[in-house]
Design a binder for this molecule. Structure first.
Ligand code: HEM
Ligand code: HEM
Length: 153
């Protein structure tokens, strides 16, 4: 193991701007996803429209938020994910969060390219369930990190 001993351990914590980028990315993904669900299932259709126009707008924002979120995750990879994993701290909540990101990226990719309607509906359901779990899992990860830091652990 090449863990550099001279580095302060607090360096595992993402910096202020990185933390804000994580919140912004997750918030945008969640809001645009919920907006799509609202437009798709709840809002009345305007005259002679097959889909609510808000759906397309929600997915434009969602797609942009996905690109942003993946870039943020990339930035966290070495300094946060790998280093925290090597230090064996918060592996459960961090690993769950990471697993959700992978699952959402994979199912999101499927939503783009899977043509079969039944299979696509299954993927959509899984994606929405994982998506609903994302903010909760992030909150758990942050709360455990903050509380163990307060305890000085
Ligand atoms: C296997 C994966 C992961 C592990 C083992 C892990 C571990 C940790 C640890 C140990 C801390 C506390 C750092 C400290 O205060 O010294 C932390 C904080 C944090 N992690 Fe992770 N993490 C993982 C994945 C992620 C991912 C994927 C994200 C975001 C997409 C993330 C976002 C954050 C944030 C924002 C904090 C700061 C919480 C705060 O102090 O306000 N982590 N993580
Ligand atoms: C890492 C996080 C996420 C990634 C990478 C991601 C990615 C994607 C992608 C690529 C699409 C397809 C876009 C399109 O068809 O135009 C999509 C659709 C969607 N996403 Fe996400 N997403 C994420 C998080 C979320 C969250 C948090 C929610 C909130 C519930 C959500 C809800 C949805 C919904 C409702 C759709 C449309 C489903 C459908 O067309 O049947 N996503 N997502």
């Amino acid at each position: 193991m090449h863990e550099p001993h001279h580095r302060p351990r607090k360096a595992v914590r993402p910096g202020r701007r990185q933390r804000h980028a994580v919140y912004a990315g997750t918030g945008l993904l969640l809001l645009s996803g919920l907006l799509w669900l609202l437009a798709h299932y709840a809002l009345p259709l305007p005259e002679d429209a097959a889909r609510h126009p808000l759906e397309a707008w929600a997915m434009r924002v969602h797609g942009a938020a996905t690109l942003f979120g993946m870039a943020v995750l990339g930035g966290l990879w070495g300094p946060h994910v790998l280093r925290a994993w090597a230090g064996a701290r918060h592996r459960l909540s961090g690993g769950s969060l990471l697993g959700l990101w992978f699952g959402l990226a994979l199912s999101g990719y499927g939503l783009y390219y899977v043509a079969d309607e039944g299979f696509r509906a299954t993927i959509s359901g899984l994606h929405v369930e994982a998506g609903s779990g994302l903010p909760v899992t992030l909150a758990i990860h942050i709360l455990t990190a903050v509380s163990s830091r307060r305890r000085g652990a």
